[in-house]
Design a binder for this molecule. Structure first.
Ligand SMILES: Cc1cc2nc3c(=O)[nH]c(=O)nc-3n(C[C@H](O)[C@H](O)[C@H](O)COP(=O)(O)OP(=O)(O)OC[C@H]3O[C@@H](n4cnc5c(N)ncnc54)[C@H](O)[C@@H]3O)c2cc1C
Length: 286
């Protein structure tokens, strides 16, 4: 197996253009598991760990540009207020060891429907920055990035450079159901992000469809029905939960049944919206 070790972003793009079959490796918390279990035996690995550009966090005009290689631990420690939904999700990933190595870029590269970063990225309108030597930069909205089970819009000669996310404009929450509290793949998960200036609520569903996805009808329903100056109407909350559950298309598998997942999505949707709404009202009352 070849082991390619670029030290700059330009070198990494050149290596991927010359050898599109090379498998990028960042934290290795997905790649090494697959190699160890002989799921894949890549012809070559493209180690991105020396590429400093992938480790930067920049803030320009209220939008964070977070390098694909930034590990979860830095999102938890450096961005808990700016990207609260993603930071909450990051806290639930694996164990301290996994959070020290694993990255959002790797989560996106794997594009598993169960990846924990996807729902908060969707809810907060994240944009994924990808690049290739010959095709240049593409900015892909998160909701267009996921194409199928472990399939994304990334082309064979492209690498993920960063994700872009606005500093939170309102409360954000993430919730995950697992069979235990830590080191667990989501049975299903859910994220909300309030966008008060636009009178809009963003959503993200995880592990309850072939891809992470937004609950679009539920978002449209809230855009029409939410009274931003009042308490949450229980009927609106209930309908929101139902529409989120209806947006899922889960399967029965070893982690849970489709029925349970639909039920849990409705519960998490109601809970996360209630938490976010209470925070929003508290800030307005202060
Ligand atoms: C014990 C254990 C527990 C785990 N728990 C969780 C969990 O709770 N929640 C969760 O979501 N995940 C979990 N995972 C999975 C994994 O940790 C995450 O998916 C993590 O985000 C992967 O990041 P990484 O940097 O290690 O990726 P890597 O393993 O390095 O790469 C993952 C994929 O992304 C590709 N890739 C990496 N970087 C780039 C790039 N810049 N451009 C293009 N492609 C790229 C790789 O080729 C590969 O296909 C767990 C894994 C283990 C081993």
């Amino acid at each position: 197996m070849d082991f390619l070790r670029p030290t700059t972003w330009a070198e990494a793009l050149a290596a991927k253009a010359d050898q599109p079959e090379a498998v990028p490796i960042q934290g290795g918390t997905d790649v090494m598991v697959e190699i160890n279990f002989d799921v894949h035996r890549p012809v070559s690995l493209l180690d991105l760990n020396k590429v400093a550009e992938l480790q930067t966090i920049e803030l320009v005009d209220g939008v964070y540009r977070v390098g694909a290689g930034v590990p979860y631990v830095r999102i938890i420690e450096e961005l808990p207020g700016a990207l609260p939904g993603l930071a909450q999700a990051a806290r639930t990933v694996g164990s301290p060891q996994i959070r020290n190595r694993g990255s959002v870029g790797g989560n996106l590269g794997a594009a598993s429907p169960a990846g924990d970063s996807h729902p908060p990225l969707l809810a907060a309108d994240a944009v994924i920055e990808v690049e290739s030597r010959d095709g240049g930069v593409r900015l892909i909205p998160a909701h267009e990035f996921y194409l199928g089970v472990k399939r994304s819009a990334l082309r064979p000669d492209e690498l993920i450079r960063a994700f872009h996310m606005k500093s939170a404009e309102g409360p954000q929450y993430f919730s995950k159901v697992g069979t235990r509290n830590a080191m667990v793949i989501a049975v299903c998960s859910f994220a909300v992000a309030l966008h008060p200036a636009e009178r809009r609520v963003g959503t993200g569903i995880g592990s309850a469809a072939p891809t992470p996805r937004r609950a679009l009808e539920a978002e449209e329903f809230l855009a029409g029905e939410l009274d931003w100056d009042a308490r949450l109407d229980p009927a609106v909350l209930r309908r929101f939960g139902e529409l989120c559950a209806a947006a899922a298309s889960p399967i029965d598998d070893v982690r849970g049944t489709a029925d349970y997942r639909r039920h849990a999505i409705a519960v998490m949707a109601r809970r996360t919206l209630t938490w976010a709404w209470n925070d929003y009202r508290k800030v307005r009352a202060a």
